[in-house]
Design a protein around this ligand. Structure first.
Ligand SMILES: [Zn+2]
Length: 259
């Protein structure tokens, strides 16, 4: 059956001489893999649009029960020129594609997630927006869509208020919340510095465009990015090492990629 959907390209890889296997996140079917035959041949009409982060209208021959389908056509819906001309923006975007690919199962439709991915790409394409803020905002929202919402206003065990003036706040990855002075005695936690924690609390209440404009070049991006990927990895089974995170760290810090 031929099906039609809006889609975002999460990943592509070469397949045989002149084809690609493309992993899409589609509005209609969720994550879905398709073979794009002959797209690496010169003059192929679809080859140039099948790049990670491309937002496309696709026609796919879909067979029930198959892991891999066949791409028929692909056409650009929206082009992100600003995003694709900045390494920092591309790193943030690719890490978003990678975490979606790593956390979602095939053919599990989620309209909210599709809209979230497109919103993040549009923000990354806004010259006024800081890519670090967009990336953090996306991770917080993705955690919530996956069913692991983060809380930051009270102790995750007893609901008591905690001391927000501490230099470092204890954050429990299993609960996705900070701990009060009593519960930090008996439970595992990861210390998060005060500034990063304030940014996290803000991320929980702002829209993407506010996060993108407020959080430009802030020092907390790295620590919070690590905390949020650790949090999502903690909760999602079989999640792979997030390579793009390492690439982004390398590009942004000029240091060795971390894994
Ligand atoms: Zn408590």
């Amino acid at each position: 059956m031929i099906v039609k959907s809006d889609a975002v390209v999460l990943q592509t890889r070469r397949f045989r001489e002149s084809s690609k296997i493309v992993t899409f996140y589609t509005r209609e079917f969720g994550k879905l893999g398709a073979v794009a035959r002959g797209v690496l041949q010169p003059k192929n009409r679809y080859g140039s649009v099948l790049q990670p982060m491309a937002h496309l209208a696709v026609l796919i021959y879909r067979k029930e029960g198959r892991d891999l389908h066949n791409l028929s056509t692909a056409e650009s819906i929206e082009r992100y020129g600003v995003l694709n001309s900045s390494l920092e923006r591309m790193s943030a975007g690719l890490s978003i594609m990678e975490i979606v690919n790593a956390t979602m199962h095939d053919e599990d439709r989620n309209d909210e997630l599709f809209d979230l991915i497109v919103a993040a790409l549009r923000m990354l394409n806004d010259p006024e927006a800081g890519p670090g803020g967009v990336q953090l905002w996306f991770h917080v929202r993705l955690a919530s869509i996956l069913g692991y919402a983060i809380a930051a206003e009270q102790c995750g065990v007893c609901g008591e208020a905690f001391d927000v003036t501490l230099a470092s706040l204890p954050f429990n990855l299993a609960i996705g919340a900070p701990l009060c002075s009593e519960h930090r005695e008996s439970m595992a936690y990861r210390p998060v510095n005060n500034g990063s924690f304030a940014v996290l609390r803000r991320l929980l209440v702002v829209e993407a465009n506010e996060a993108a404009r407020e959080m430009v070049g802030i020092a907390e991006t790295t620590e919070l990015g690590d905390l949020l990927t650790s949090f999502i990895r903690y909760h999602v089974d079989g999640i792979r090492k997030l390579k793009a995170r390492g690439v982004a760290a390398k590009v942004l810090d000029g240091g060795p990629a971390r894994t």
